[in-house]
Design a protein around this ligand. Structure first.
Ligand code: AMP
Ligand code: MG
Length: 356
């Protein structure tokens, strides 16, 4: 089954053709990151207008790259929640229109499902890969979400832990701003941390019951530690702090923060594994899954917690961020699980909906 997938939930306009949930026939991503680097964050109205300009050329290129005509496509899939309202509108309106004109079944896919199913995509360079085994735990770590999800089988999701405030990706982005590092914050922190000492600053682990997370306290802890390090009062605005920090101090803060954030994530994953002894795989998904320290800590934690019996999966780096290939994979496994197509005339969008 060949699915033309479309993704436009935030600031990447993407289209891909994916066969049988894993084989990538084409994958086109146009990122707006260069536009938003100048502003230090996404401006929703600008993002929506950029999607409008890019979406049709991106879809054409995805079909061309796959060497397929519209008649050879079996279905269309599109992200319909969660995301920025205007951004979602562009993708879903385009997908609905094409589904009606081309008479194709339309599948509306939850964005976090797509991030999880990025782990089923076959290697972009070709070749075979093992796929995650059920039951599994998915750690979803993105700019808007931090969740631990138990999946007994395909397309079955039970959220067992979630953040009570900020998402971990948001925390990376905000700490990067405090340190004066460029947008997007996650990769900037990761790069800066390479020169830093993880033990230089001791940052607190939040005391949250059960499998839930809290990251707003960690962000404030970094803010207070930077103010203290620079001998400034707690009323000094965060945007002034970068002027007082040396490059080495920035690197040490980046490394200490990154290490603490990844440890907090893995502590909860290990707790979740203790409560779910049947789990066979751990799947890490979302933009923060690109983080090399998180990947390393996940492998080490799983070796320690399960003697290597539970395998860890991460998406290939090119599929950790937003893309449409993962939407095509998620849609395929929805179809395989018996999900019916959505009505293209009535499909609605939602800025925030739980996975399910
Ligand atoms: P998403 O919301 O899934 O599109 O992912 C975007 C989030 O991932 C943003 O908060 C980024 O800062 C974060 N991110 C991307 N790359 C990395 C990285 N290497 N380390 C940590 N966070 C990252
Ligand atoms: Mg995303």
């Amino acid at each position: 089954m060949k699915i033309l997938a479309i993704e436009s939930s935030c600031d990447e306009t993407a289209a891909a053709v994916v066969e049988d949930g894993g084989r990538i026939l084409s994958n086109v991503v146009v990122s707006q990151v260069d536009i938003f680097a100048a502003y230090g964050g996404v401006i929703p109205e600008v993002a929506a207008r950029s999607h409008l300009e890019a979406i049709l050329p991106v879809i054409h290129k995805a079909l061309d790259d796959a060497r397929l005509t519209k008649d050879e496509i079996d279905a269309i899939a599109v992200t319909h929640t969660p995301g920025l309202l205007g951004s979602l509108l562009i993708g879903t309106l385009t997908a609905r229109t094409l589904a009606i004109l081309w008479k194709k079944p339309l599948y509306a896919v939850h964005h976090l499902k797509s991030h999880i199913y990025a782990n089923w995509l076959l290697p972009a360079q070709g070749g075979m890969a093992s796929v995650p085994q059920f039951p599994l735990l998915a750690l979803v770590v993105s700019g808007g979400h931090t969740q631990i999800i138990y999946m007994p089988g395909h397309n079955q999701f039970e959220i067992i832990g979630t953040t009570r405030d900020d998402a971990v990706g948001e925390c990376f982005d905000k700490v990067a701003k405090i340190l004066g590092l460029p947008y997007p914050g996650g990769p900037s922190i990761a790069k800066m941390a390479l020169q830093g000492d993880v033990k230089k600053y001791k940052l607190p682990h939040p005391q949250v019951d059960g499998l839930d997370f809290s990251f707003s306290g960690l962000k404030t802890a970094v803010l207070r530690a930077v103010q203290a390090e620079c001998g400034l009062s707690i009323t000094t605005p965060s945007y002034e702090l970068k002027e007082y920090l040396s490059e080495q101090q920035k690197a040490d803060f980046a490394a200490s923060f990154q290490d603490t954030a990844c440890d907090i994530l893995m502590e909860k994953v290990k707790m979740a594994l203790r409560g779910h002894q049947d789990v066979k795989s751990l799947v890490i998904a979302g933009g923060v899954s690109a983080n090399a320290v998180l990947r390393q800590k996940a492998v080490e934690s799983l070796l320690e917690a399960s003697d290597g019996k539970i395998e860890v999966y991460f998406p290939e780096l090119c599929f950790a961020g937003d893309n449409a290939a993962m939407v095509g994979a998620a849609a395929y496994f929805e179809v395989a699980s018996g999900v019916k197509p959505t009505n293209p005339y009535t499909l609605s969008i939602a800025p925030r909906t739980a996975i399910g």
